[in-house]
Design a protein around this ligand. Structure first.
Ligand code: THU
Length: 135
């Protein structure tokens, strides 16, 4: 699976975005260590707070299908709007990623033109995880 193919899957997943309130469409494609891909889109809600981001939808989709090892996620946001900004994962999604992935987990961002690659360790340094809990 090339980076371009993973991004294409994220773009395809964005088509299913349910975002009537923000109009901001997001798609994500998560690559497992085995080489399978699970996708997700953002799903909004009239309460606003019940909204789920595309990244978490992809993770929960994969985990609920028995996956537990991940190498990379591609994220695309509102390619069809006028923005060419990258759609960085929100803080909650970064925290969810850190539950299942190490600092080296790759995050691919596509703004409709260019690809930017970063790691979870760069986006969420000094994270709080299971090792920080006292038992
Ligand atoms: N959103 C995502 O799906 N992923 C992100 O990384 C940032 C934000 C969604 C949530 C909401 O539906 C919309 O974008 C506006 O915040």
């Amino acid at each position: 699976m090339t980076d371009k193919q993973l991004i294409e899957k994220a773009i395809k997943a964005m088509e299913n975005s349910y975002s009537p309130y923000s109009g901001f469409r997001v798609g994500a494609a998560l690559l497992t260590a085995k080489g399978d891909v699970y996708t997700g889109c953002n799903i909004e809600n009239a309460t606003y707070s019940a909204t789920v981001c595309a990244e978490r939808t992809a993770f929960f989709n994969a985990i609920s299908n028995g996956e537990d090892e991940f190498t990379k996620i591609a994220v695309v946001g509102s390619l069809y709007s006028e923005t060419t900004e990258y759609c960085y994962p929100c803080g909650v999604c970064r925290q969810v990623m850190s539950e299942f992935c190490g600092d080296g987990f790759k995050i691919l961002l596509f703004n409709g033109k260019d690809i930017k690659e970063c790691t979870l360790g760069e986006l969420l340094p000094h994270s709080f995880g299971r090792d920080d809990l006292c038992e």
